[in-house]
Design a protein around this ligand. Structure first.
Ligand code: HEC
Length: 160
């Protein structure tokens, strides 16, 4: 019977094809980039990197024009309250430069009137605790007591 011979022949051809495919496959893999090459690894890392990250650090962020987001260091982000003048300019001048709500103005001794008879400590207390329409610390509870005192000193100096 010819059938077993035909069967053996087909089987032989299939085995031959398998071997050829195996050799071709081996060659393709060998020509591929080396997976242990650090540049390849880096590229893969970049491609599978998550699209976003949750900012749990509490630090403020900055978004560039290109859309990249970066953390701003505390030092960069924090406004400079390093002197009485700076605190005044950032916080107190909102009312005290123009005398809003009848607040005593910077550099206007007449407008301060009887307030000038108060001791410095009393004036500090007025600002730290608030006085009538002036909220405590001028509405900025994040200021330290020292920063508030510096601002008061700056305002008092302006009256001389
Ligand atoms: C929202 C407006 C506002 C801001 C902001 C503000 N003040 Fe005043 N301030 C007032 C008003 C109004 C008064 C007058 C209060 C009164 O006598 O009834 C006043 C009064 C004062 C007095 C006199 C207190 C007294 O015992 O007579 C001082 C000193 C003073 N402010 C300092 C500051 C300083 C320093 C800051 C910033 C840290 C500041 N203020 C921020 C509205 C403001």
């Amino acid at each position: 019977m010819g059938t077993p011979t035909l069967f053996t022949g087909i089987l032989g051809i299939l085995i031959a094809i398998t071997v050829v495919l195996f050799i071709i496959a081996q060659n393709i893999v060998e020509n591929d980039p080396k997976w242990d090459d650090p540049r390849v690894a880096q590229t893969i890392q970049q491609r599978i990197a998550p699209v976003g990250k949750l900012n749990t650090s509490g630090a403020p962020i900055e978004v560039s024009e290109a859309g990249t987001v970066s953390l701003i260091s505390e030092a960069q982000a924090a406004p400079d309250y390093g002197s009485g003048e700076k605190v005044y300019n950032m916080v107190c001048q909102a009312c005290h430069s123009t005398g809003v709500l009848n607040s005593p103005k910077l550099g206007d001794p007449a407008g301060w009137g009887p307030r000038l008879d108060k001791s410095k400590d009393v004036l500090y207390e007025s600002v730290l605790k608030g006085l009538n329409l002036m909220p405590p610390k001028g509405g900025r509870p994040d200021l330290s007591d020292e920063q508030v005192r510096m601002a008061v000193d700056y305002m008092l100096d302006s009256l001389n």
